[in-house]
Write a protein that binds this ligand. Structure first.
Ligand code: ASP
Length: 358
């Protein structure tokens, strides 16, 4: 979609909207305007280009001169690392070409993972803002237009510069480092459990309420690198068989979503040392909030035991984010020392990092 050339808008900043698909871009194939909840109909699918999302929202013209293009039009479950890296490159090109900020619209299912990978690699000051929708455009109370307007509002805000990648949903502004989808269908699905949102769009303005320290961008992935990182969750009655299968699977790294502050069953613990000798194995908590511990419990399968067997603590990173960080490090060719140091820096709660590192 071409940039609006209306002279009255000449003073407004330019924002680029890059579309990847998702519920915000879905419609029923018949496009009758009324989506049915009837399971005999085919249901909605991603079909709307980013330009159509922008054209359907005239209010955007009060905030920015928007140019839009779609990179993919897919459900976010079908996005891959290459799509996110392609999006990163496209966002860089847009920012270098006069955009004050860039907005990415995508499905919410993998939004937290895509946003975190972008955040690890985004090396510019312009805001890169990710948004989507929980209700598709044919549902009453569809949230896509409000989310897109709020995201563009944040993208043009000078106070959003230098904050890395931000996720805007339901008028909350989250840091990509902390946000997670915690509800399958609510419009308030996105939360930053450990920190709360960093800001809010209020009466048409982005208001930042807190500032989280920004990490330096990671080294860029080696072109074509696509390490395979498994994520495996500890469950009741675990006999270690799943880890044994993963160990045979030829993965380049493994993340274990462990119980509580970082615990697994004895049978699994006894297999860990074998795996840590070959590939990085990350210890994260499956609970969804809080960090893994280092020094509290001492039984076989406890965090002390697992760290002594060579696992690397994810700290306050949840298992999915830990997997993204490990992927990015492996894709950049990081060695064991670099992987450990980066997890210590990125996994530490800002206020605890000094204690955790010593
Ligand atoms: N339900 C998802 C969404 O909110 C579908 C997807 O992730 O593509 O967009």
């Amino acid at each position: 979609m071409d940039l609006d050339t209306d002279l009255e808008m000449a003073h407004l900043p330019v924002v680029s909207v890059l579309g990847l698909g998702g519920t915000i871009a879905m419609a029923s194939s018949g496009a009758s305007g009324e989506a049915s909840q009837d399971s005999s109909t085919p249901g909605v699918q991603p079909v709307l280009e980013a330009g159509a999302l922008v054209a359907a929202l005239p209010r955007l013209r009060e905030v920015a001169r928007v140019r839009a293009r779609s990179l993919r039009v897919v459900p976010s479950a079908s996005l891959g690392f290459a799509d996110v890296l392609g999006c990163l490159e496209a966002a860089r090109v847009e920012a270098a070409d006069t955009a004050a900020g860039v907005v990415v619209t995508q499905g919410t299912d993998t939004l937290e993972e895509c946003a975190y990978l972008l955040d690890l690699l985004w090396d510019r000051d312009e805001p890169l803002v990710i948004t989507g929708a929980m209700r598709h455009p044919e549902q009453p109370g569809a949230d896509g237009p409000a989310n897109l307007l709020a995201a563009v509002t944040v993208a043009v805000a000078r106070s959003a510069r230098g904050r890395g990648v931000l996720v805007v949903m339901d008028d909350d502004v989250h840091s990509a480092r902390h946000v997670t989808k915690r509800h399958s269908s609510s419009t308030g699905a996105f939360v930053s459990v450990d920190t709360g949102p960093v800001g809010r769009v209020h009466e048409g303005t982005a208001v930042f309420l807190s500032a989280l320290p920004r990490q330096a961008p990671l080294p860029q992935p080696v072109p074509g690198a696509d390490p395979r990182v498994a994520l495996l969750e500890a469950t009741l009655g675990d006999d270690g068989e799943l880890l044994r299968l993963v160990a045979q699977g030829g993965f380049d790294g493994v993340v274990v979503a462990a119980f509580g502050v970082g615990h697994v069953a004895t049978a699994t613990a006894e297999l860990i040392g074998d795996l840590t000798g070959r590939v990085p194995v990350i210890l994260a908590s499956r609970t969804g909030a809080g960090g893994t511990s280092r020094s509290t419990y001492g039984f076989i399968g406890s965090e002390r035991d697992l760290l002594a067997r060579g696992m690397i603590s994810a700290g306050f990173l949840d298992p999915r984010k830990a997997r993204i960080l490990l992927w990015a490090l492996l894709a950049a060719g990081a060695d064991d020392a670099r992987i450990r140091a980066t997890f210590a820096a990125h996994g530490g709660h800002p206020d605890l990092r000094d204690r955790v590192d010593h």
